[in-house]
Design a protein around this ligand. Structure first.
Ligand code: G3H
Length: 539
Protein backbone atom coordinates (compact mmCIF):
# COMPACT_ATOMS: atom_id res chain seq x y z
CA UNK A 1 0.00 0.00 0.00
CA UNK A 2 1.36 3.42 -0.96
CA UNK A 3 0.86 6.17 1.56
CA UNK A 4 0.93 9.79 0.40
CA UNK A 5 3.87 12.00 1.38
CA UNK A 6 2.83 14.34 4.22
CA UNK A 7 3.23 18.14 4.11
CA UNK A 8 6.44 19.62 5.50
CA UNK A 9 6.59 19.40 9.28
CA UNK A 10 8.28 22.76 9.83
CA UNK A 11 5.51 24.63 7.98
CA UNK A 12 3.12 23.69 10.79
CA UNK A 13 4.82 26.14 13.19
CA UNK A 14 3.59 29.74 13.10
CA UNK A 15 6.05 32.23 11.65
CA UNK A 16 4.56 35.11 13.66
CA UNK A 17 2.27 35.59 16.66
CA UNK A 18 -0.42 36.88 14.29
CA UNK A 19 -0.86 33.34 12.98
CA UNK A 20 -1.95 32.14 16.42
CA UNK A 21 -5.73 32.32 16.90
CA UNK A 22 -6.59 35.27 19.14
CA UNK A 23 -8.17 33.29 22.04
CA UNK A 24 -4.97 31.25 22.41
CA UNK A 25 -2.36 34.00 22.21
CA UNK A 26 -0.08 34.17 25.21
CA UNK A 27 1.14 37.38 26.77
CA UNK A 28 4.26 36.74 28.84
CA UNK A 29 3.80 37.83 32.45
CA UNK A 30 5.34 37.16 35.86
CA UNK A 31 3.28 34.05 36.73
CA UNK A 32 6.43 31.93 36.54
CA UNK A 33 8.05 34.04 39.26
CA UNK A 34 5.50 32.86 41.83
CA UNK A 35 6.74 30.95 44.86
CA UNK A 36 4.70 29.92 47.89
CA UNK A 37 6.64 29.64 51.13
CA UNK A 38 5.36 29.81 54.71
CA UNK A 39 1.98 31.28 53.87
CA UNK A 40 3.40 33.94 51.54
CA UNK A 41 2.81 34.05 47.79
CA UNK A 42 6.07 35.61 46.69
CA UNK A 43 6.81 37.36 43.44
CA UNK A 44 10.44 36.35 43.14
CA UNK A 45 13.13 38.97 42.62
CA UNK A 46 16.11 36.63 42.32
CA UNK A 47 17.59 34.79 39.35
CA UNK A 48 15.17 33.66 36.65
CA UNK A 49 15.25 31.57 33.50
CA UNK A 50 12.93 31.79 30.52
CA UNK A 51 9.90 29.50 30.50
CA UNK A 52 10.10 27.87 27.09
CA UNK A 53 7.03 26.80 25.19
CA UNK A 54 6.91 23.43 23.42
CA UNK A 55 5.73 25.51 20.44
CA UNK A 56 8.34 27.10 18.18
CA UNK A 57 8.28 30.16 15.98
CA UNK A 58 9.52 29.51 12.45
CA UNK A 59 12.26 32.02 11.67
CA UNK A 60 12.92 33.61 8.29
CA UNK A 61 16.17 31.61 7.97
CA UNK A 62 14.28 28.32 8.34
CA UNK A 63 15.33 27.68 11.95
CA UNK A 64 12.93 27.24 14.86
CA UNK A 65 12.99 28.87 18.28
CA UNK A 66 10.86 27.83 21.26
CA UNK A 67 8.58 30.70 22.25
CA UNK A 68 9.51 32.49 25.49
CA UNK A 69 6.51 32.45 27.84
CA UNK A 70 8.04 34.76 30.43
CA UNK A 71 10.50 34.50 33.33
CA UNK A 72 10.54 31.59 35.73
CA UNK A 73 11.93 31.75 39.28
CA UNK A 74 15.12 29.82 39.85
CA UNK A 75 14.70 29.19 43.54
CA UNK A 76 17.92 28.25 45.30
CA UNK A 77 18.92 25.92 48.11
CA UNK A 78 17.97 28.73 50.55
CA UNK A 79 14.32 28.71 49.43
CA UNK A 80 14.32 24.92 49.58
CA UNK A 81 15.54 25.08 53.16
CA UNK A 82 13.03 27.82 54.02
CA UNK A 83 10.16 25.70 52.70
CA UNK A 84 11.37 22.71 54.74
CA UNK A 85 11.70 24.88 57.85
CA UNK A 86 8.15 26.24 57.41
CA UNK A 87 6.73 22.77 56.78
CA UNK A 88 8.60 21.43 59.82
CA UNK A 89 7.15 24.24 61.93
CA UNK A 90 3.68 23.38 60.66
CA UNK A 91 4.29 19.70 61.41
CA UNK A 92 5.87 20.43 64.79
CA UNK A 93 6.79 16.80 65.29
CA UNK A 94 3.15 15.87 64.68
CA UNK A 95 1.84 18.41 67.19
CA UNK A 96 1.04 21.11 64.64
CA UNK A 97 -2.50 22.36 64.15
CA UNK A 98 -2.89 20.89 60.67
CA UNK A 99 -1.53 17.50 61.69
CA UNK A 100 -4.09 17.40 64.53
CA UNK A 101 -6.94 19.07 62.68
CA UNK A 102 -10.17 17.10 62.44
CA UNK A 103 -10.90 15.21 59.25
CA UNK A 104 -13.87 17.51 58.70
CA UNK A 105 -11.61 20.59 58.82
CA UNK A 106 -9.09 19.05 56.41
CA UNK A 107 -11.79 18.03 53.99
CA UNK A 108 -13.29 21.53 54.15
CA UNK A 109 -9.90 23.09 53.27
CA UNK A 110 -9.54 20.79 50.26
CA UNK A 111 -13.06 21.60 49.11
CA UNK A 112 -12.26 25.30 49.41
CA UNK A 113 -9.19 24.73 47.21
CA UNK A 114 -11.49 23.18 44.59
CA UNK A 115 -13.95 26.11 44.77
CA UNK A 116 -11.20 28.72 44.45
CA UNK A 117 -9.41 26.87 41.62
CA UNK A 118 -12.32 25.96 39.33
CA UNK A 119 -12.67 29.46 37.82
CA UNK A 120 -9.03 29.12 36.64
CA UNK A 121 -9.86 26.11 34.42
CA UNK A 122 -9.26 27.70 31.01
CA UNK A 123 -6.26 29.71 32.18
CA UNK A 124 -4.53 26.65 33.64
CA UNK A 125 -5.37 24.54 30.58
CA UNK A 126 -3.88 27.21 28.29
CA UNK A 127 -0.73 27.31 30.41
CA UNK A 128 -0.42 23.53 30.08
CA UNK A 129 -1.01 23.77 26.36
CA UNK A 130 1.68 26.39 25.87
CA UNK A 131 4.32 24.95 28.11
CA UNK A 132 3.90 21.20 27.70
CA UNK A 133 2.42 21.25 24.19
CA UNK A 134 -0.63 19.21 25.22
CA UNK A 135 -3.61 19.75 22.86
CA UNK A 136 -5.95 22.32 24.40
CA UNK A 137 -8.88 19.86 24.55
CA UNK A 138 -6.67 17.34 26.38
CA UNK A 139 -5.40 20.06 28.72
CA UNK A 140 -9.00 20.81 29.71
CA UNK A 141 -9.56 17.08 30.22
CA UNK A 142 -6.47 17.00 32.47
CA UNK A 143 -7.82 19.87 34.56
CA UNK A 144 -11.26 18.26 34.89
CA UNK A 145 -9.84 14.84 35.72
CA UNK A 146 -7.60 16.39 38.37
CA UNK A 147 -10.40 18.23 40.13
CA UNK A 148 -12.71 15.22 39.91
CA UNK A 149 -9.90 13.23 41.53
CA UNK A 150 -9.60 15.82 44.30
CA UNK A 151 -13.32 15.75 45.00
CA UNK A 152 -13.35 11.96 44.98
CA UNK A 153 -10.39 11.94 47.38
CA UNK A 154 -12.38 14.01 49.88
CA UNK A 155 -15.35 11.64 49.51
CA UNK A 156 -13.07 8.61 49.88
CA UNK A 157 -11.60 9.98 53.11
CA UNK A 158 -15.08 10.49 54.54
CA UNK A 159 -15.93 6.93 53.58
CA UNK A 160 -12.69 5.63 55.12
CA UNK A 161 -13.50 7.50 58.33
CA UNK A 162 -17.04 6.18 58.40
CA UNK A 163 -15.72 2.64 58.09
CA UNK A 164 -13.29 3.33 60.96
CA UNK A 165 -15.99 4.88 63.15
CA UNK A 166 -16.78 1.65 65.02
CA UNK A 167 -14.59 0.53 67.88
CA UNK A 168 -12.65 -2.67 67.27
CA UNK A 169 -13.45 -4.95 70.19
CA UNK A 170 -11.29 -8.02 70.51
CA UNK A 171 -9.21 -10.01 73.03
CA UNK A 172 -10.55 -8.01 75.94
CA UNK A 173 -9.71 -4.60 74.41
CA UNK A 174 -11.71 -1.87 72.75
CA UNK A 175 -9.81 0.28 70.26
CA UNK A 176 -10.38 3.07 67.78
CA UNK A 177 -8.07 2.51 64.81
CA UNK A 178 -7.53 5.63 62.74
CA UNK A 179 -5.08 6.86 60.12
CA UNK A 180 -2.64 9.60 61.09
CA UNK A 181 -0.18 11.71 59.03
CA UNK A 182 3.48 10.84 58.49
CA UNK A 183 5.20 14.23 58.43
CA UNK A 184 6.61 16.57 55.80
CA UNK A 185 5.91 15.30 52.29
CA UNK A 186 7.92 16.37 49.25
CA UNK A 187 5.77 15.94 46.13
CA UNK A 188 7.32 16.00 42.68
CA UNK A 189 5.25 15.20 39.59
CA UNK A 190 6.29 14.73 35.96
CA UNK A 191 5.91 17.18 33.08
CA UNK A 192 3.69 14.98 30.93
CA UNK A 193 0.84 15.26 33.46
CA UNK A 194 2.16 18.43 35.05
CA UNK A 195 -1.11 19.16 36.83
CA UNK A 196 -2.76 15.79 37.30
CA UNK A 197 0.15 13.84 38.64
CA UNK A 198 1.25 16.68 40.91
CA UNK A 199 -2.17 17.05 42.53
CA UNK A 200 -2.90 13.32 42.75
CA UNK A 201 0.09 13.32 45.12
CA UNK A 202 -0.42 16.66 46.85
CA UNK A 203 -4.09 16.33 47.74
CA UNK A 204 -4.02 12.89 49.39
CA UNK A 205 -0.86 13.95 51.23
CA UNK A 206 -2.32 17.20 52.57
CA UNK A 207 -5.79 15.85 53.31
CA UNK A 208 -4.21 13.19 55.55
CA UNK A 209 -2.62 15.97 57.63
CA UNK A 210 0.90 16.13 56.15
CA UNK A 211 2.50 19.49 55.31
CA UNK A 212 3.45 19.34 51.63
CA UNK A 213 6.23 20.90 49.58
CA UNK A 214 5.60 20.92 45.85
CA UNK A 215 8.58 21.11 43.53
CA UNK A 216 7.06 21.82 40.15
CA UNK A 217 7.95 19.63 37.14
CA UNK A 218 10.58 20.81 34.64
CA UNK A 219 7.81 21.87 32.25
CA UNK A 220 4.36 22.78 33.49
CA UNK A 221 5.58 25.42 35.93
CA UNK A 222 3.00 28.04 34.92
CA UNK A 223 -0.05 25.79 35.39
CA UNK A 224 1.10 25.02 38.94
CA UNK A 225 2.14 28.59 39.73
CA UNK A 226 -1.34 29.79 38.75
CA UNK A 227 -2.75 27.64 41.56
CA UNK A 228 -0.35 28.91 44.23
CA UNK A 229 -2.72 31.67 45.47
CA UNK A 230 -5.58 29.16 45.71
CA UNK A 231 -3.37 26.83 47.76
CA UNK A 232 -2.40 29.69 50.03
CA UNK A 233 -5.99 30.79 50.50
CA UNK A 234 -7.16 27.27 51.34
CA UNK A 235 -4.48 25.88 53.68
CA UNK A 236 -2.85 27.33 56.82
CA UNK A 237 0.66 28.89 56.57
CA UNK A 238 3.47 26.39 56.04
CA UNK A 239 1.10 23.58 55.15
CA UNK A 240 1.64 23.84 51.39
CA UNK A 241 4.74 25.29 49.69
CA UNK A 242 5.41 25.57 45.98
CA UNK A 243 8.88 25.98 44.53
CA UNK A 244 10.21 26.18 41.00
CA UNK A 245 13.81 25.95 39.87
CA UNK A 246 16.58 23.55 39.15
CA UNK A 247 15.77 20.21 40.84
CA UNK A 248 19.23 19.17 42.09
CA UNK A 249 19.90 22.65 43.50
CA UNK A 250 16.59 23.11 45.31
CA UNK A 251 15.69 19.55 46.24
CA UNK A 252 19.14 18.16 47.16
CA UNK A 253 19.44 20.26 50.36
CA UNK A 254 15.83 19.43 51.31
CA UNK A 255 16.56 15.72 51.19
CA UNK A 256 19.92 16.17 52.92
CA UNK A 257 18.19 18.02 55.78
CA UNK A 258 16.66 14.70 56.86
CA UNK A 259 13.41 16.57 57.47
CA UNK A 260 11.53 15.08 54.55
CA UNK A 261 9.45 12.21 55.90
CA UNK A 262 7.65 11.19 52.69
CA UNK A 263 8.97 11.38 49.16
CA UNK A 264 6.25 11.19 46.51
CA UNK A 265 7.98 11.28 43.16
CA UNK A 266 6.92 10.53 39.61
CA UNK A 267 9.77 10.64 37.13
CA UNK A 268 12.85 8.63 36.23
CA UNK A 269 14.28 5.88 38.41
CA UNK A 270 17.69 7.55 38.08
CA UNK A 271 16.44 10.73 39.77
CA UNK A 272 14.53 8.66 42.34
CA UNK A 273 17.68 6.83 43.39
CA UNK A 274 19.66 10.09 43.69
CA UNK A 275 16.95 11.52 45.95
CA UNK A 276 16.81 8.42 48.11
CA UNK A 277 20.58 8.42 48.59
CA UNK A 278 20.52 12.06 49.72
CA UNK A 279 18.40 11.35 52.79
CA UNK A 280 20.64 10.87 55.85
CA UNK A 281 18.27 8.31 57.37
CA UNK A 282 16.79 6.54 54.33
CA UNK A 283 15.15 3.88 56.52
CA UNK A 284 12.90 6.61 57.91
CA UNK A 285 11.79 7.86 54.54
CA UNK A 286 8.44 6.65 53.22
CA UNK A 287 8.26 6.62 49.46
CA UNK A 288 5.72 6.44 46.73
CA UNK A 289 7.42 6.35 43.35
CA UNK A 290 6.07 6.20 39.80
CA UNK A 291 8.91 5.67 37.35
CA UNK A 292 9.53 4.35 33.84
CA UNK A 293 7.76 1.70 31.82
CA UNK A 294 8.01 -0.22 28.57
CA UNK A 295 4.48 -1.56 28.36
CA UNK A 296 4.09 -4.15 25.61
CA UNK A 297 1.07 -4.83 23.42
CA UNK A 298 1.04 -8.56 22.63
CA UNK A 299 -0.90 -9.18 19.43
CA UNK A 300 -1.91 -12.81 18.93
CA UNK A 301 -2.51 -14.28 15.51
CA UNK A 302 -6.29 -14.58 16.00
CA UNK A 303 -6.68 -10.92 17.12
CA UNK A 304 -9.08 -8.60 15.33
CA UNK A 305 -6.27 -6.65 13.69
CA UNK A 306 -8.35 -3.57 12.85
CA UNK A 307 -9.47 -3.13 16.43
CA UNK A 308 -6.02 -3.97 17.81
CA UNK A 309 -4.32 -1.48 15.47
CA UNK A 310 -6.70 1.34 16.47
CA UNK A 311 -6.26 0.61 20.15
CA UNK A 312 -2.48 0.36 19.79
CA UNK A 313 -2.20 3.67 17.95
CA UNK A 314 -4.26 5.38 20.66
CA UNK A 315 -2.29 3.59 23.39
CA UNK A 316 1.09 4.38 21.85
CA UNK A 317 0.55 7.88 20.55
CA UNK A 318 -2.02 9.71 22.65
CA UNK A 319 -0.28 12.87 23.86
CA UNK A 320 2.73 12.07 21.67
CA UNK A 321 3.33 8.77 23.49
CA UNK A 322 4.42 10.84 26.50
CA UNK A 323 2.49 8.79 29.06
CA UNK A 324 4.19 6.44 31.46
CA UNK A 325 1.38 4.01 30.61
CA UNK A 326 1.81 4.31 26.82
CA UNK A 327 2.29 1.16 24.76
CA UNK A 328 6.00 1.24 24.02
CA UNK A 329 6.69 -2.10 22.34
CA UNK A 330 4.40 -4.04 20.01
CA UNK A 331 5.07 -7.79 20.11
CA UNK A 332 3.13 -9.47 17.34
CA UNK A 333 2.91 -13.11 16.31
CA UNK A 334 4.87 -13.59 13.08
CA UNK A 335 1.97 -14.74 10.83
CA UNK A 336 0.13 -11.41 11.34
CA UNK A 337 3.14 -9.10 11.77
CA UNK A 338 3.06 -7.72 8.22
CA UNK A 339 -0.72 -7.18 8.27
CA UNK A 340 -0.60 -5.41 11.65
CA UNK A 341 2.35 -3.22 10.64
CA UNK A 342 0.54 -2.15 7.48
CA UNK A 343 -2.53 -1.16 9.50
CA UNK A 344 -0.42 0.71 12.06
CA UNK A 345 1.42 2.59 9.31
CA UNK A 346 -1.86 3.60 7.63
CA UNK A 347 -3.40 4.84 10.89
CA UNK A 348 -0.25 6.69 11.97
CA UNK A 349 0.03 8.36 8.56
CA UNK A 350 -3.46 9.81 9.09
CA UNK A 351 -2.86 11.16 12.61
CA UNK A 352 -3.25 14.92 12.69
CA UNK A 353 0.09 16.60 13.40
CA UNK A 354 -0.67 20.18 14.39
CA UNK A 355 -0.21 22.99 16.86
CA UNK A 356 -1.90 22.24 20.21
CA UNK A 357 -4.65 24.83 19.75
CA UNK A 358 -5.86 23.14 16.53
CA UNK A 359 -9.01 21.13 17.15
CA UNK A 360 -8.35 17.41 16.71
CA UNK A 361 -4.54 17.75 16.98
CA UNK A 362 -2.98 14.51 18.20
CA UNK A 363 0.73 14.90 17.52
CA UNK A 364 1.99 18.23 18.85
CA UNK A 365 5.37 19.79 19.69
CA UNK A 366 7.39 18.22 22.51
CA UNK A 367 8.41 20.36 25.48
CA UNK A 368 11.97 19.03 25.68
CA UNK A 369 13.78 20.60 22.73
CA UNK A 370 16.38 17.81 22.81
CA UNK A 371 13.85 14.96 22.63
CA UNK A 372 13.13 14.92 18.87
CA UNK A 373 16.87 14.42 18.27
CA UNK A 374 16.97 11.61 20.84
CA UNK A 375 14.00 9.88 19.20
CA UNK A 376 15.50 10.30 15.73
CA UNK A 377 18.68 8.65 17.07
CA UNK A 378 16.67 5.67 18.33
CA UNK A 379 15.00 5.29 14.93
CA UNK A 380 18.38 5.56 13.11
CA UNK A 381 19.86 2.94 15.40
CA UNK A 382 16.96 0.54 14.72
CA UNK A 383 17.17 1.14 10.96
CA UNK A 384 20.90 0.41 11.04
CA UNK A 385 19.96 -2.90 12.72
CA UNK A 386 17.45 -3.94 10.07
CA UNK A 387 14.22 -1.99 10.73
CA UNK A 388 12.28 0.15 8.27
CA UNK A 389 9.79 2.96 8.83
CA UNK A 390 6.66 2.17 6.77
CA UNK A 391 4.79 5.45 7.31
CA UNK A 392 6.00 8.24 5.01
CA UNK A 393 8.09 10.85 6.77
CA UNK A 394 8.02 8.87 10.04
CA UNK A 395 10.87 9.99 12.29
CA UNK A 396 11.31 13.35 10.53
CA UNK A 397 12.01 16.25 12.89
CA UNK A 398 11.57 20.03 12.72
CA UNK A 399 12.18 22.10 15.82
CA UNK A 400 10.23 20.44 18.63
CA UNK A 401 8.04 18.39 16.29
CA UNK A 402 8.71 14.73 15.64
CA UNK A 403 6.64 12.93 13.02
CA UNK A 404 5.44 9.66 14.59
CA UNK A 405 7.25 6.60 13.33
CA UNK A 406 6.25 2.95 13.15
CA UNK A 407 9.54 1.04 13.27
CA UNK A 408 9.54 -2.61 12.22
CA UNK A 409 10.96 -5.18 12.71
CA UNK A 410 12.86 -4.05 15.80
CA UNK A 411 15.69 -6.44 16.60
CA UNK A 412 16.76 -7.35 20.11
CA UNK A 413 20.05 -5.51 19.52
CA UNK A 414 18.30 -2.20 18.77
CA UNK A 415 18.01 0.35 21.59
CA UNK A 416 14.30 0.70 20.87
CA UNK A 417 13.82 -2.91 21.95
CA UNK A 418 14.55 -2.10 25.57
CA UNK A 419 14.80 1.65 26.30
CA UNK A 420 11.77 3.77 27.10
CA UNK A 421 11.33 6.09 24.11
CA UNK A 422 8.73 8.34 25.81
CA UNK A 423 7.67 9.81 22.51
CA UNK A 424 5.80 9.07 19.27
CA UNK A 425 7.68 5.96 18.15
CA UNK A 426 5.92 2.59 17.73
CA UNK A 427 8.47 -0.25 17.71
CA UNK A 428 7.14 -3.55 16.37
CA UNK A 429 8.88 -6.89 17.02
CA UNK A 430 7.53 -10.10 15.49
CA UNK A 431 7.55 -13.07 17.89
CA UNK A 432 7.51 -16.78 17.04
CA UNK A 433 5.54 -17.79 20.12
CA UNK A 434 3.21 -15.81 22.46
CA UNK A 435 5.42 -16.82 25.37
CA UNK A 436 8.37 -14.99 23.80
CA UNK A 437 6.50 -11.86 25.01
CA UNK A 438 6.63 -13.17 28.58
CA UNK A 439 10.40 -13.67 28.29
CA UNK A 440 10.87 -10.16 26.89
CA UNK A 441 8.93 -8.60 29.78
CA UNK A 442 10.78 -10.80 32.26
CA UNK A 443 14.13 -9.56 30.90
CA UNK A 444 13.02 -5.92 30.86
CA UNK A 445 13.93 -3.56 33.71
CA UNK A 446 10.33 -2.39 33.80
CA UNK A 447 7.13 -4.01 35.03
CA UNK A 448 4.16 -1.67 34.91
CA UNK A 449 1.44 -3.02 32.56
CA UNK A 450 0.87 -5.18 29.49
CA UNK A 451 -1.90 -5.42 26.91
CA UNK A 452 -2.93 -8.63 25.11
CA UNK A 453 -4.99 -8.61 21.93
CA UNK A 454 -6.55 -11.91 20.86
CA UNK A 455 -9.57 -14.20 21.10
CA UNK A 456 -8.54 -17.66 22.29
CA UNK A 457 -8.95 -17.96 26.07
CA UNK A 458 -6.72 -21.07 26.03
CA UNK A 459 -3.82 -18.88 24.85
CA UNK A 460 -4.70 -15.73 26.77
CA UNK A 461 -5.33 -17.29 30.22
CA UNK A 462 -1.79 -18.70 30.65
CA UNK A 463 -0.33 -15.40 29.42
CA UNK A 464 -2.43 -13.58 32.01
CA UNK A 465 -1.09 -15.92 34.70
CA UNK A 466 2.51 -15.11 33.76
CA UNK A 467 2.00 -11.38 33.33
CA UNK A 468 0.25 -11.21 36.70
CA UNK A 469 3.64 -11.70 38.36
CA UNK A 470 5.64 -9.55 35.94
CA UNK A 471 3.48 -6.43 35.75
CA UNK A 472 0.68 -4.93 37.84
CA UNK A 473 -2.11 -4.64 35.31
CA UNK A 474 -2.84 -6.85 32.32
CA UNK A 475 -5.25 -5.34 29.82
CA UNK A 476 -7.09 -7.71 27.49
CA UNK A 477 -8.19 -6.25 24.15
CA UNK A 478 -7.67 -2.73 25.40
CA UNK A 479 -4.65 -0.44 25.72
CA UNK A 480 -2.72 0.21 28.94
CA UNK A 481 -3.84 3.14 31.08
CA UNK A 482 -3.94 4.47 34.61
CA UNK A 483 -7.68 5.11 34.86
CA UNK A 484 -10.27 4.71 36.19
CA UNK A 485 -8.55 6.41 39.09
CA UNK A 486 -10.15 4.02 41.56
CA UNK A 487 -8.02 1.17 40.11
CA UNK A 488 -4.65 0.48 41.74
CA UNK A 489 -1.82 2.11 39.79
CA UNK A 490 1.58 0.64 40.49
CA UNK A 491 4.37 -1.46 39.00
CA UNK A 492 7.31 -3.75 39.69
CA UNK A 493 11.08 -3.47 39.22
CA UNK A 494 12.14 -0.02 37.88
CA UNK A 495 8.51 1.03 37.32
CA UNK A 496 7.10 1.90 40.74
CA UNK A 497 7.18 1.62 44.50
CA UNK A 498 3.92 1.96 46.40
CA UNK A 499 0.43 2.05 44.98
CA UNK A 500 -1.69 4.99 43.95
CA UNK A 501 -5.44 5.11 43.46
CA UNK A 502 -7.97 7.35 45.13
CA UNK A 503 -8.13 5.00 48.15
CA UNK A 504 -4.54 3.73 48.12
CA UNK A 505 -3.10 7.25 48.07
CA UNK A 506 -4.86 8.02 51.36
CA UNK A 507 -3.11 4.99 52.82
CA UNK A 508 0.38 5.68 51.46
CA UNK A 509 0.38 9.16 52.99
CA UNK A 510 -0.69 7.95 56.43
CA UNK A 511 -0.09 5.33 59.06
CA UNK A 512 -2.52 3.60 61.35
CA UNK A 513 -2.50 4.77 64.91
CA UNK A 514 -4.91 3.49 67.53
CA UNK A 515 -6.19 4.14 71.01
CA UNK A 516 -6.92 1.03 73.03
CA UNK A 517 -8.61 0.56 76.42
CA UNK A 518 -9.62 -2.50 78.38
CA UNK A 519 -12.96 -3.60 76.96
CA UNK A 520 -14.72 -2.79 80.23
CA UNK A 521 -13.70 0.86 79.78
CA UNK A 522 -15.23 1.23 76.33
CA UNK A 523 -17.59 3.88 77.71
CA UNK A 524 -14.54 5.95 78.68
CA UNK A 525 -13.21 5.58 75.13
CA UNK A 526 -16.52 7.03 73.97
CA UNK A 527 -16.18 9.93 76.39
CA UNK A 528 -12.72 10.64 74.98
CA UNK A 529 -14.14 10.46 71.47
CA UNK A 530 -16.38 13.40 72.21
CA UNK A 531 -13.38 15.52 73.22
CA UNK A 532 -10.50 14.38 70.96
CA UNK A 533 -10.16 15.49 67.33
CA UNK A 534 -8.16 12.33 66.54
CA UNK A 535 -10.96 10.12 67.82
CA UNK A 536 -13.83 12.28 66.57
CA UNK A 537 -16.20 10.73 64.06
CA UNK A 538 -17.06 12.57 60.85
CA UNK A 539 -20.64 13.86 60.66
O1 G3H B 1 2.04 9.11 32.65
C1 G3H B 1 1.33 8.40 33.39
C2 G3H B 1 -0.11 8.73 33.60
O2 G3H B 1 -0.52 8.51 34.91
C3 G3H B 1 -0.94 7.95 32.68
O3 G3H B 1 -2.29 8.17 32.86
O4 G3H B 1 -2.93 6.23 31.46
O5 G3H B 1 -4.60 7.86 32.18
O6 G3H B 1 -2.90 8.50 30.48
P1 G3H B 1 -3.23 7.67 31.66
Amino acid sequence: MDLAAPPSLGSLFPSSFDEIPLPFRHTPDDTGKTLLIDGQVISWNGPVQPTRSAVCLRQADGTFSQIDLGPQALASAAEGRAAVAAASRAWKGGRGDWARASVTARIEAVRKFVRVSLPLREKVAKALMWEVGKPYADSLVEFDRTFKYIEETADALLELERRAAKNAVTGGFAARIRRSPLGVALCMGPYNYALNEVFTLVIPAVIMGNPVIIKTPRYGVLANALLAPALNESFPPGVVALLTGNGPEVVGPMMESGKIDVLAFIGSHKTASILLRQHPKPYRLRTVLGMGAKNPAVVLKDADLDTAAKEIVAGALTFNGQRCTALKHILVEEPVAAALTERLAALVARLPVAMPWVEGAVITPLPDGGHPGYLAGLVRDAVAKGSRVPNPGGGETAGTLFRPAVVSPVAKEALLFSVEQFGPVVPVTPIADPFDAVDIVDQSDFGQQAAIFGKDPKVIAPLVDHFANLVCRTNVNTQCRRGPDSFPFTGRKDSAAGTLSIDDALRVFSIRSLVATPQKEEAFLEELTGMSSFLSRPE
